[in-house]
Unconditional design. Sequence first.
Length: 102
Amino acid sequence: MKRILDEALIYEILSVVEEIPEGKVATYGQIARLIGREKNARLVGKVLSMSEFYGSYPCHRVVSHNGRLAPGWAEQKYLLEEEEVPMKDDAHVDLALCRWDC
């Protein structure tokens, strides 16, 4: 039986995001694997898009599998630069240098 998106799952995802250290980033897929749902990277993205309703979490530290920043969220780049996360270009972090090793 499939697990539905419930508050327990939402907080499970957000608790992993909360553990990402300053200056590091994780990918949506990496978070999905950490909660035992390796094929649900998009679900992680959906939860993060709603995170403001559940508290304050460092969602800016989550990027796509290739380091791409979230489209339409200009503040993400600024927040990552404030933490001195290395960028490849205007839209990608350098995952080789800043991926969270968990």
